[in-house]
Design a protein around this ligand. Structure first.
Ligand code: PA5
Length: 445
């Protein structure tokens, strides 16, 4: 279960102020629960943990087993933004850190594409696909996003050339809108298996739909446990009280924002959670950064980044707050050995677990940063596993909806994402963008 501890903020805010923000958060919770706020047609994510049918997971498992039986050993998951970050986060967190280098490989290896227009990336991916026995999952809610569409065009051609068109159709699965978009019509025409992203779930809230479920199952992880963890938090985060962790987190970060803390850094002391930071940044950045408002979300991995960003966080401009995602227990056990020569002077650590050093680094850093003027919000989970990650996904989603309403924005739209797309289409000569192309060419002279 996800727990929130706000003790690291107590020297920065007064109790009375916090209570006022809790009231705002409870009102925002009502808006989410009663579905009467801006963007309320995008609240389909709220009951996914309790309403997702087991048959959906079984369907994904059947594809996984079929592909494994065929000897497929690589799945390219194509998507961008909300259509890849949740799965990437879960797979990175749950995989062995050296899965790629280990000689024993169990199951399908999942790699990602369509999240970049880098020619080198896609071309090097083709080298990999040439060597391996590959299948693809293409994910796009709109079915028209340029980055995944370009990647899919190339990957589709590769699979068709290598395995033939008929076989290709059994090696490609699409996750998209039920009716609309180029990907839907292409899938119908080519006879691909498809999964639907419901209209009422936005991309960044879609990790517990087939967008996340299919890649996570293909990678060999337990989606039932993830949904069970999310379901527990669905219940806890619906409770109308000041101990609801989503209410606590949303209230405090908004209070600190109003105290001038315009940047929130998500901190983890486990490199496995690097992509939790990426997923969280998209969730909060796209949900709150609008109408000239919003906390800027950043992320770091400590202790690694204490040797790069630590100086700024300790002593730079005092506009920062940190949210530390703590993991109570390590899944592995490594004890530091005694060295009779003690040339490195580290025998005071002999017999301690490496994780104990990490825990003391975490505690020491939190205290140092509080002393340096950086409030510390703490979100903790018991360990990194499917159950706890599912809980964390749901907790952050619910808190995001509440937080956006406290801030006074529609947390479920993303109008600003269109601006670069229009310019890119104009510059690439897409039909219909001729006038804008002329204007841009003038500006670029
Ligand atoms: O959260 C969002 O809505 C976006 O980040 C989308 O997920 C992203 O732009 C990809 O869109 P699509 O799935 O339509 O290709």
């Amino acid at each position: 279960m996800v727990k929130v501890n706000l003790g690291g903020c107590s020297s920065f805010v007064k109790d009375a102020e916090y209570n006022e923000y809790v009231e705002k958060a409870l009102a925002a919770l009502d808006t989410v629960e009663n579905e009467n706020g801006a963007g309320n047609d995008f609240l389909g994510w709220k009951h996914l943990p309790s309403e997702t049918p087991d048959s959906l997971i079984s369907e994904c498992e059947a594809i996984r087993d079929e592909w494994k039986n065929k000897g497929i050993d690589l799945v390219v998951v194509i998507g961008i933004g909300g259509s890849y970050l949740g799965a990437k986060c879960a797979i990175e967190a749950l995989s062995h850190s050296f899965a790629k280098q280990l000689s024993h490989k169990d199951g399908l290896e999942v790699v990602f594409a369509g999240h970049t227009l880098s020619e080198e990336y896609i071309s090097e991916l083709m080298d990999l696909m040439q060597e391996r026995n590959a299948a693809a999952v293409v994910i796009s809610k709109s079915g028209t996003t340029t980055e995944p569409a370009v990647a899919f065009r190339l990957i589709k051609q590769h699979i068709e050339e290598k395995y033939g068109r008929e076989e290709a159709a059994s090696r490609i699965v699409a996750v998209t809108d039920a009716k609309k978009g180029a990907l839907r019509s292409l899938s119908t025409q080519e006879g691909y298996r498809t999964f639907v992203i419901e209209d009422n779930v936005g991309g960044r809230f879609s990790v517990l739909t087939p967008v996340g479920i299919l890649p996570i199952v293909l990678a060999g992880f337990d989606m039932r446990a993830m949904l069970a963890g999310a379901k527990e938090m669905e219940k806890v985060c619906a409770e109308r009280n000041a101990q609801n962790p989503a209410v606590e987190y949303a209230a405090m970060r908004n209070l600190l924002y109003d105290h001038g803390k315009a940047i929130e850094i998500l901190v983890s002391f486990s490199p496995k959670l690097q992509y939790l930071g990426e997923w969280w940044k998209q969730l909060y950045g796209e949900s709150e950064g609008k109408d000239g408002k919003g906390i800027f979300p950043a992320s770091v991995i400590f202790t690694t980044d204490l040797h790069s960003m630590g100086q700024y966080i300790q002593e730079g401009k005092r506009i920062l707050m940190e949210t530390v995602v703590s993991v109570e227990k390590s899944n592995r056990s490594t004890v530091i050995n005694n060295d009779p020569q003690n040339l490195d002077g580290l025998n005071f650590l002999s017999g301690k677990h490496v994780e104990e050093c990490n825990a003391m680094a975490e505690l020491g850093t939190r205290l140092a940063h509080i002393d340096g003027g950086v409030p510390q919000l703490n979100v903790s989970i018991e360990k990194i596993d499917e159950y706890n990650l599912g809980g964390l996904f749901y907790f952050f989603e619910k808190a995001c909806g509440i937080s956006g309403y406290i801030l006074g924005v529609n947390p479920f739209n993303q109008p600003g994402v269109e601006a670069y797309k229009k310019n890119m289409f104009a510059l690439l000569g897409k039909p219909g963008y001729e006038e804008q192309a002329k204007v841009l060419q003038e500006r670029l002279k």
